[in-house]
Design a protein around this ligand. Structure first.
Ligand SMILES: [Zn+2]
Length: 452
């Protein structure tokens, strides 16, 4: 019997992996993400994949974020031998993100070996550059709305408006249609086009990241204007942990708008990310998929000075405010931002601004909860900087936007599965969809398999 098996992002936000099996036993995997956040989740990245990767015919990738793509090199290392299908913008971003992920994993292993704080002896990375190189050879790209076939499966992408190239994936198999929402973006984003209407399907697998909340209707440019004015008055360093791909560009757009509209509020801005240069080139390359003109895109990409070398990054820690530093990773899980957090976080005059979802168990979530003692590179540091949450600034639809997106289906789905949400978020959305739209909604458990 045809089935869907939930191999991740069930009862949690990260590790998106959904296995679809056809009547004849062919298998495709929708997304192949890393688990992030709580240690028990991260440890799952190290357990053997629940299905033999050699028995998976293909992977379909909704978008490039590592909680959707970051396990691919490990799958390839474990001898997955099919193709990986995505949009070309997703492929281009995945290439940047996966090499970066391999570097981060290598750096973590090296650092753990140097400081001897790993329980593994010696610490080894989850995958290497070479695994990423092999992974990239397997990509095949398709445009939005283009129909293509993979064995028993017919597949179509539609724009999800979440990051550049992000899509929802419609899979038709054995006369059933299953729509995987992927991550759904916002309506009226400054850079990205709105999510396309949801195509009709029998089964909807829907994300629920913000299933229990509504984003404030704050104007992001106004919020950045006030923040920058305060930083100039107080000579503060504004540290913004950010995904290097997607979120960083939205932040740069807002800062650029403030600089253009209020020239007296110009202050030094830095984008400290080894990936920044390639990402800039990428945004300019895919400008036709953005709301920006080439000129606007160019301006946005040059709003901040790009810090590339480690030496420049260390040098930045010696500078004083007012200035803005945007640096990855977005949830303070790793990356160069941690060095800035150690350095600038101890000063109560500085400001740490969160501008994206913070998964449970990450340093970002801990700080937002009000805890101040943060473990970085094996040692505890007291963070005294002011914490601000720009929670209006999200790449994910909120409860209302998710419900409105479901309503764009002309025929309601017979079954909805809620994934990619913490338990409370998923369950709140379940009730709303049942009560308001009369849908049959279920929150699957990790590793649960449902017939289709
Ligand atoms: Zn995402």
């Amino acid at each position: 019997m045809a089935s869907i098996k939930f191999l991740g992002a069930a009862g949690t936000v990260t590790g998106s992996r959904f296995l679809v099996t056809s009547n004849s036993g062919q298998r495709i995997l929708i997304d192949c993400g890393l688990f992030q956040g709580l240690k028990n989740l991260r440890l799952k990245n190290w357990s053997s994949f629940p299905v033999d990767p050699r028995e998976i015919n293909a992977v379909i990738l909704s978008h490039a974020h590592v909680d959707h793509s970051g396990y691919l090199p490990k799958l390839v290392k474990e001898r997955f031998d099919g193709y990986i299908y995505s949009t070309s913008a997703t492929k281009a971003q995945a290439e940047i993100l996966l090499y970066d992920s391999a570097h981060l994993k290598q750096e973590e292993a090296d650092y753990a070996n140097k400081k001897k704080f790993s329980k593994h002896e010696p610490a080894i990375p989850l995958y290497t550059d070479e695994d990423v190189r092999q992974t990239m050879l397997k990509f095949r790209t398709h445009k939005y709305k283009e129909i293509f076939h993979v064995g028993d499966f017919t597949i179509k992408f539609s724009n999800a408006g979440h990051i550049l190239g992000a899509c929802s994936v419609l899979v038709e198999v054995d006369h059933k249609k299953i729509l995987f929402s992927g991550d759904i973006g916002r309506v009226d984003d400054q850079i990205l086009f709105d999510p396309a209407p949801a195509p009709d399907a029998d089964i909807l697998v829907l994300e629920s990241t913000y299933g229990n909340r509504l984003h404030p209707k704050t104007n992001p440019i106004e919020a950045f204007k006030d923040l920058i004015r305060k930083a100039i008055e107080d000579k503060s360093v504004i540290l913004i942990p950010s995904f290097a791909v997607g979120r960083a560009q939205s932040i740069l757009y807002c800062i650029n708008q403030v600089f253009e509209q209020y020239p007296d509020l110009r202050l030094p801005a830095y984008l400290n990310s080894p990936m920044a240069k390639s990402v800039t080139a990428l945004y300019e390359h895919f400008v036709s998929e953005l709301k920006l003109s080439s000129l606007e895109c160019n301006k946005v990409c040059h709003t901040a000075k790009i810090i590339q070398s480690v030496e420049e990054s260390i040098e930045l820690n010696k500078q004083s405010g007012p200035m803005i530093i945007i640096s990855a990773s977005g949830m303070l899980a790793g990356g160069r931002v941690l060095h800035h957090l150690k350095n600038f976080g101890k000063d109560p005059n500085n400001i740490i601004v969160f501008a994206g979802f913070q998964a449970e168990g990450t340093r970002g979530a801990t700080l937002l909860r009000g805890e101040r003692l943060i473990k970085i590179h094996g040692y505890y540091h007291e963070i005294q900087a002011q914490i601000m949450n720009f929670d209006f600034f999200s790449a994910h639809a909120d409860q209302e936007e998710l419900i409105n997106w479901v309503k764009t289906m002309q025929t309601p789905p017979k079954q909805v599965y809620l994934v990619h949400g913490e338990p409370l978020a998923a369950d709140t959305l379940r009730l709303k969809l049942q009560e308001n739209l009369g849908l049959n909604v279920y929150v699957p458990l990790d590793q649960e398999e449902r017939q289709i």
